[in-house]
Design a protein around this ligand. Structure first.
Ligand SMILES: Nc1nc2c(c(=O)[nH]1)N[C@H]1C(S)=C(S)[C@@H](COP(=O)(O)O)O[C@H]1N2
Ligand SMILES: [Mo]
Length: 592
């Protein structure tokens, strides 16, 4: 694996503080994604067509919905045509023609330019959010209704069943997506996909909030909010008219028909807020702080709902675009792209230019991300970083579970240690293991496992949130990090705590990660040597691993070799705060 030079020459270090001996062995991350060597040369394996579980063990391939949907459409047309021969139905349609035009609507027709602009910005941003969302799904291509993420218990998957191999990792389970479907498509690019997803999300939300404000400040809300129960019979009437291929008269400039009103209202006022809420439901920091909510809205319920909201948006987009084109294209496009009510070609022209722009950015987004991942990482951090930082201040203390909540299956992740040194220690039952804790501390120490066991015992039952999307609850036994702080007395310059591993990261070189020092005194931050009342297994990080419950899984360093207190991490590795931050463009603050 090629290693790039550090971007700036580093000053010689202050020699008073000996640095951790692991430091010089850290490898630098590349500043671009090389598809051959990416993520430890992981092969670009694809997934399978989406499947939904029916009953215990049978899987329904969702692609069957296409022919089924076709049959349903044909049958609906036949049924609607039949219905319209019934006089009662015809009089129902005469009484409820489809659109309720109130006096107020008649007095305030039309769409302002700001609404046109916001509609465009919304659809433009949605393309990135949906694609990067699919990429995030592809990194753990299964959906569950419980926080246990047990193989075989998922309700949806785009991947084969989990193999029997007990050390199968979540990273091996990830799948690639076609380059212009996912963003950026390449397998296990969740770090980059998340910058797109969360970064664009902030802009999308700002656009949405401004949209709400303008809607209600100007009276435009009347175009989107049904104000009479008439909307339901009108929607039914519209549906029958559409299905019978004898379409209702459109009055979109003044008022939408019942079916449109319901679809737009659900999209703007239910689906969009639900996307935000279900997104927040996946944050480890929020979930541990607001346990009462997350007991019900667990990460997996949130993730499944988030997926269903996406499915609604995609369904809506397909139907909406089809209807725009088939129910008076020129007039419709003038409404939404030229703020006028006419059948000139102006709206169409603006729309065509807008779509060319969407197509160019769509096709460029993945290649750009592959070529300039550091730029995506830095820009994403600038946009969403402050929010992630905010959530780190949440108290993780409410996040404890009970014995009954412990997961029957806990996924493995990462690259297993294979050095002779580690093997030697493991064969000797870690009797020769010494945990070195140093750096900016008054009393550096070296602790054997026996020393660690002699320190006050701390136990917690908590939930793990992998960045890829799986979760699990386990009981951890060991030493509270507060006990370690009391032992070594960090000096006042110490701002970060780096955990170095015996294990290498995917591209080689020791795995490590930096944590803010204030999180080390949280009640649920600990060094664990036990898991579920047994000594930590090889796969889960023997002899020692970190638990910091406001942060995502990749920050929970396993197979800990040493701990170093530092002032800043810019001179450690590539300087991004951890192995996955250096090599896979993750963010170092990951409370969401
Ligand atoms: N040393 C080391 N620690 C690591 C990793 C790794 O690759 N190397 N993977 C991380 C990731 S991505 C996760 S989700 C958790 C998984 O812990 P588990 O295997 O016990 O579930 O470990 C974290 N700690
Ligand atoms: Mo992870």
């Amino acid at each position: 694996m090629a290693v790039t030079e550090p971007s700036e020459p580093t000053e010689p270090r202050d020699t008073k503080q000996p640095s951790d001996p692991v430091r010089p062995t850290l490898t630098l991350g590349e500043d671009r994604v090389d598809l051959e060597t990416w993520a430890g040369s992981i092969p670009q394996t694809g997934g399978i067509g989406p499947r939904i579980r029916v009953g215990r063990n049978r899987w329904f391939a969702l692609l069957w919905l296409l022919p089924l949907g076709f049959v349903v459409v044909i049958a609906s047309v036949a049924a609607a045509k039949g219905l319209r021969n019934i006089p009662a139905v015809e009089s129902f349609i005469t009484n409820h023609p489809g659109t309720l035009i109130t006096a107020r609507a008649r007095a305030n027709p039309g769409f302002p330019w700001w609404l046109n602009a916001q509609h465009f910005l919304n659809l433009f941003l949605m393309t990135f959010m949906i694609r990067s969302g699919w990429q995030i799904l592809a990194d753990h291509p299964r959906l569950y209704w419980t926080r246990h993420s047990t193989p075989g218990k998922e309700w949806f998957r785009i991947q084969k069943p989990v193999p029997e191999n007990p050390l199968w990792t979540a990273k091996e389970d990830s799948v690639r997506l076609p380059r212009h479907v996912g963003l950026p498509g390449t397998r296990h690019t969740i770090g980059l996909a998340r910058w797109w997803h969360l970064g664009v999300d902030v802009i999308w939300l700002a656009n949405g909030i401004l949209f709400y404000v303008l809607l209600f400040a100007t009276g435009q809300w009347q175009h989107l909010v049904p104000t009479s129960w008439e909307v339901f019979p009108n929607a039914l009437s519209t549906a029958i008219q559409y299905a019978s291929l004898d379409w209702p008269t459109e009055h979109g400039w003044v008022a939408y028909n019942g079916l449109q009103l319901i679809a737009y209202f659900v999209t703007v006022f239910i689906a969009a807020p639900l996307a935000l809420l279900s997104g927040l439901g996946m944050s480890p920091a929020l979930s541990t702080r607001f346990k009462r909510i997350s007991k019900v809205l667990s990460i997996q319920v949130a993730r499944s709902l988030h997926f269903l909201v996406m499915a609604w948006f995609v369904f809506f987009i397909v139907i909406h675009v089809t209807m725009v084109f088939t129910t008076g294209m020129l007039v419709n496009l003038n409404h939404m792209f030229a703020a006028r009510n006419s059948n000139s070609w102006l709206g169409f022209s603006v729309f065509a230019i807008a779509m060319a722009f969407v197509a160019i950015t769509w096709l460029s987004a993945s290649p750009f991300t592959i070529r300039h991942p550091r730029l995506v990482q830095r820009t994403g951090r600038r946009i969403i970083g402050p929010v992630e930082h905010l959530f780190e201040h949440l108290d993780s203390a409410p996040g404890e579970y009970s014995e009954a909540d412990i997961s029957p299956y806990f996924w493995h992740n990462g690259r297993y240690p294979d050095s002779a040194e580690y093997q030697h220690l493991a064969e000797g039952n870690f009797e020769d293991y010494r945990l070195a804790i140093g750096g900016l501390v008054d009393s550096p120490v070296e602790l054997s496992l026996a020393d660690l066991h002699a320190l006050p015992h701390h136990e917690q039952i908590t939930q793990h949130f992998c960045i890829q999307g799986w979760s699990g609850v386990a009981k951890w036994g060991g030493v509270s990090m507060q006990t370690i702080l009391d032992l070594v007395h960090p000096s006042s310059e110490a701002k970060w705590v780096v955990f170095y591993s015996f294990g290498e990261g995917a591209d080689g070189g020791p795995y490590y990660d930096a944590h803010p020092i204030n999180e080390m005194s949280y009640q649920l931050t600990m060094l664990a040597y036990d898991m579920n009342d047994e000594p930590l297994t090889f796969g889960h990080g023997a002899p020692l691993r970190l638990r910091n419950e406001v942060e995502l899984g990749f920050k929970q360093v396993k197979w800990i070799r040493s701990i170093e207190f530092i002032a800043e991490f810019s001179e450690i590795g590539s300087g991004f705060g951890g192995y996955n931050e250096d090599h896979e463009f993750f963010g170092y603050r990951q409370a969401i």
